[in-house]
Design a protein around this ligand. Structure first.
Ligand code: COA
Length: 328
């Protein structure tokens, strides 16, 4: 049995918010944002555009690339921290739009580690369930709706977007596209990156609104330090698991949070910069969507070819982090 990547897709909302725009909103400047983060602009969804709207567009591209129809889909997983609703889940909303009446649907809630977590789960379910053949895996975020636009520490970092990876099982072939994976979490650091209100700990109330508690709260420096070490160790783990050398990797796709984090990870892995995908300048941090957006861009640009080994690594709220090795 083999499970292959049969299609990919992405969606970036039209509206661009540049560093110059942010200079007019908070006490910041283009030079600070570029040198500290590498971000030049980010895209922001329209007011009435939801996470599922963006995911739908990315999904259409993946379905077209794979040459299947909605009724062929057996599983839909959406990784997001900004679902349209607490329930119904976002995947179910997409099921309806794709006409995927046979699919089981759920959302995954591991922040920026969402896409790689969902891919591992999708591979496992395709493997264990005889009747499953196709899985649609999404990373999709409308972070602009949980961003505090008066907090310069965070509002310059994030953007909106969606991505999709379509997995297909073939009983005849031998090799799985998932070569190795390592997923981890440490709840000891739950407080350094969180959305304080809107859950059962603090349902929406006047205080939660007055104090901006429905927005991202982050200890940037601490997050930065933990991000580099965790991603490097997860990458080393999957490289060892697969028994390959870093030279065998065609492309590394790190979560796009900050160019300094990306470069530090690449340096410690001794991977040359040209093998490290980076588009953080254009989109900022799109959380669960970021790795899939990079993957789709690289596939469509011919930067990843069939047979290439791709290393994906991510880090986010929870804390959660991990790495997966894929043969495209
Ligand atoms: N414009 C100008 N100044 C800003 C600013 C902005 N947008 N945001 C913060 N500052 C100021 C702070 O007020 C602080 O000033 P002070 O020293 O007078 O108090 C100073 O810049 C902060 O500097 P420093 O802490 O050295 O910044 P940094 O090099 O750690 O960069 C981040 C800050 C947030 C860019 C960086 O820590 C980071 O990327 N962290 C990880 C974030 C992340 O990846 N989160 C998501 C994980 S999925």
């Amino acid at each position: 049995m083999s499970i292959r990547i049969a299609g990919t897709g992405r969606y970036i909302p039209e509206k661009v918010l540049t560093n110059a725009d942010l200079e007019r909103m908070v006490d910041t400047n283009d030079e600070w944002i570029r040198t500290r983060t590498g971000i030049e602009e980010r895209h922001i969804a329209a007011e009435n555009e939801t996470t599922s709207d963006m995911a739908y567009q990315a999904g259409l591209q993946a379905i077209e690339a794979a040459g299947i129809t909605g009724s062929d889909i057996d599983l839909i997983i959406v990784a997001t921290t900004t679902p349209d609703y607490a329930f119904p889940n976002t995947a179910t909303l997409l099921q309806n739009r794709f006409g995927a009446k046979n699919a089981f649907c759920f959302d995954i809630y591991t922040a920026c580690t969402g896409l790689i977590s969902s891919l591992e789960i999708a591979f496992a379910l395709l493997e264990s369930r005889k009747t499953y053949r196709h899985a649609l895996v999404f990373g999709a975020e409308k972070l602009s709706c949980i961003t505090n636009w008066t907090d310069r520490n965070t509002c310059v970092l994030f953007g909106d977007g969606a991505s999709c990876v379509l997995l297909e099982k073939d009983d005849g072939a031998e090799e799985s596209a998932l070569l190795a994976s390592a997923l981890h979490a440490n709840g000891q650091y739950a407080n350094i990156l969180k959305l304080p209100a809107g859950g059962s700990a603090m349902p929406a109330c006047q205080k939660s609104i007055d104090e901006n508690l429905h927005t991202i709260h982050m200890e940037g420096k601490e997050t930065f330090k933990l991000a580099v070490g965790s991603m490097v160790s997860a990458c080393e783990e999957v490289i060892a698991q697969a028994g390959i050398s870093p030279d065998d990797i065609a492309l590394v796709i790190p979560h796009q949070a900050n160019i300094r984090i990306i470069q530090a990870v690449a340096k410690r892995l001794t991977v040359p910069n040209e093998k490290v995908y980076c588009n953080v300048a254009k989109y900022g941090n799109t959380s669960a969507a970021s790795i899939g957006i990079c993957f789709d861009e690289a596939v469509r640009a011919g930067q990843i070819k069939r047979g290439d080994i791709v290393l994906m690594t991510s880090f986010g709220g929870g804390l959660t982090w991990g790495a997966i090795l894929i043969r495209y």
